[in-house]
Write a protein that binds this ligand. Structure first.
Ligand SMILES: Nc1ncnc2c1ncn2[C@@H]1O[C@H](COP(=O)(O)OP(=O)(O)OP(=O)(O)O)[C@@H](O)[C@H]1O
Ligand SMILES: [Mg+2]
Length: 289
């Protein structure tokens, strides 16, 4: 059987930066082995400086490793076919402030070889996808941070890549804007795209990622599917609608005791909303006419 072709794969990938006085080096990434399957949404987590952006830049071929290898759909990152299949939203995207949203997408579309009616159709499609109808005619210098991130996402998708690298796509974006970006990532997944993204917003990562890797000081210290990592194997939570009256609680405790569940092992609690759920629910309720 053929070995599977990963959307992105690294083998012993290592990046060192010499410090100014050359005697010491920063190990930005240390022997990273990573495999991302086609169609997966993969989250890169970790504190500032732990190697997330370095991993993305090495996979994109923007910087060279000191050791190891990066592969995109089985090809080297410099391979033209690999480049055609990837899109990138950088950590701090740089755009021309005097171009409008439409002009920006025309500019990047032309760089990717798109022209005429095909380009116009693609721009219309992307503007809808990232909900930037109100930014089409406005220069980017008047955009809010959330709008800039969305035009950045549209730019990354202009050539319909199979694999998207998003370096902190929701950095500085308000909760509603972040939720839109989260929904966009889920839509990309439905379209069969592979998304590799970094983020510090753990709740959001939890909502979109299939698998995550956690980095610390250039090393991958934990990796797995969220289902596996977040399922508490030592307990089962049972939820019932509404509040539990004392009488029903006693009744349940008796039933549980009959099955051998007693004392401190048995806990009753009300499920909690995440802060993000509460915020979005409140803000969205306010917006209803
Ligand atoms: N061009 C460079 N020259 C020297 N050191 C660098 C360079 N780029 C990155 N580093 C160092 O490599 C390490 C990893 O940086 P990286 O940007 O990958 O972190 P990160 O996980 O993306 O952090 P953040 O969450 O802040 O974006 C850091 O110690 C950083 O200072
Ligand atoms: Mg970074």
């Amino acid at each position: 059987m053929d070995s599977p072709v990963f959307a992105a794969e690294t083998l012993g990938l290592t990046k060192r930066y010499p410090l100014a006085w050359k005697r010491r080096v920063v190990v930005a990434l240390n022997k990273l082995d990573l495999q991302v399957r086609p169609g997966e949404v993969f989250g890169l987590l970790g504190p500032n400086g732990s190697g997330k952006s370095t991993t993305i830049k090495l996979l994109l071929g923007l910087i060279r490793p000191n050791e190891g290898e990066a592969r995109i759909f089985g090809l080297g990152p410099d391979d033209l076919e690999a480049r055609r299949r990837i899109g990138f939203l950088p950590e701090n995207p740089y755009f021309y402030g005097f171009l409008t949203g439409d002009e920006t997408l025309q500019f990047f579309g032309k760089l990717c070889g798109l022209r005429g009616a095909k380009l116009t159709a693609r721009i219309n499609e992307l503007i809808d996808l990232v909900s930037l109808q109100n930014g089409r005619e406005r220069p980017l210098r008047s955009y809010s941070k959330g709008m800039l991130q969305r035009i950045g996402l549209a730019q990354a998708m202009i050539h319909d890549p199979d694999l998207l690298f998003l370096d902190e796509p929701t950095a500085g974006v308000d909760p509603q804007g972040s939720a839109q970006i989260r929904d966009l990532i889920l839509r990309l997944k439905k379209m069969g795209k592979t998304v590799i993204f970094s983020s510090h917003l753990l709740e959001q990562v939890q909502e979109v990622a299939d698998r995550v890797a956690i980095f610390s000081l250039g090393r991958k210290v934990l990796e797995g599917s969220l289902d596996d990592l977040l399922t508490e194997k030592e307990a089962t939570l049972v939820s019932v609608p509404g509040e539990l009256t004392d009488a029903r609680r006693d009744e349940l405790e008796r039933l549980l005791a009959q099955s051998g569940f007693t004392g401190a092992n048995v806990q009753f609690s009300r499920p909690r909303l995440s802060l993000e759920q509460l915020y979005l629910r409140t803000v969205e309720a306010e917006r209803q006419p």
